[in-house]
Design a protein around this ligand. Structure first.
Ligand code: AMP
Length: 211
């Protein structure tokens, strides 16, 4: 199964990608995770992409394509989380998939209004110990827990300014991809404001898997 997940930041792409991958056995290809790994390693490339990441700007296409490309031939299939993010990347992806002689099965767009997303993202905290994501209001980090001692930190690009910029870029550059894939009959839109299991159920339905 080869699925592209499109959606604004905070719509739950990462969460749904994980649940979808567990259900289908596909591999998750998250360019955002690759960017954060590179930053963590403090490589020359990491220092370069950090500037874009922290401002909420897109990393240049050639860098992102280089990161994603080696994974696209995975025989177990994949869920693309955060790639492609503009039309140039979508075209490059098409070319690569043609070379590999594989096809996209579905493009799932997660939908949620901006204000809900800003709220979700500005309250988001991640445990530096376990990587688990919490929300200060809806799912607060545990206090004095052995299972997850934290510390609980905000992502460098979860500041209000960077969040607004990422949403602006999403509407300008990524959202038009919905038409790009709808024209090919691949797009399914899913309401992402509901609970995580409800969204998963609809996503699984959209890709032809039973919940
Ligand atoms: P994400 O976790 O998907 O929100 O990605 C975090 C950051 O990584 C983005 O704000 C960009 O700076 C960079 N990034 C991830 N995927 C892409 C992509 N497909 N194109 C350009 N930049 C990306």
């Amino acid at each position: 199964m080869r699925i592209i997940l499109i959606g604004p930041q905070g719509a739950g792409k990462g969460t749904q990608a994980k649940r979808l991958a567990e259900k289908t056995g596909a591999r998750i290809i998250s360019t955002g995770d690759m960017v954060r790994e590179e930053i963590k390693s403090d490589s020359e490339l990491g220092r370069k992409v950090k500037e874009y990441n922290d401002r909420g700007e897109l990393v240049p296409d050639d860098i992102i394509v280089e990161m994603a490309k080696p994974h696209l031939g995975a025989p177990e299939g994949w869920v693309l989380d955060g790639f492609p993010r503009n039309e140039a990347q979508a075209r490059t992806l098409d070319e690569t998939l043609e070379e590999l002689d594989v096809e996209v099965d579905r493009v799932v767009a997660l939908e949620a209004p901006d204000e809900a997303l800003v709220k979700r993202l500005s309250g988001r905290r991640q445990s530096q110990t376990t990587g688990r994501i919490y929300h200060i209001e809806h799912d607060p980090p545990p206090q004095n827990s052995e299972e997850d001692p934290g510390p609980f930190v905000q992502r460098d690009d979860d500041t209000e300014e960077a969040i607004r910029r990422r949403l602006e870029i999403y509407h300008e550059q990524t959202e038009p991809l919905k038409d790009y894939y709808a024209e090919r009959g691949l797009l399914v839109e899913v309401d992402a404001t509901r609970s995580i299991p409800e969204v998963t159920e609809e996503v699984l339905d959209a890709v032809g898997e039973r919940a």
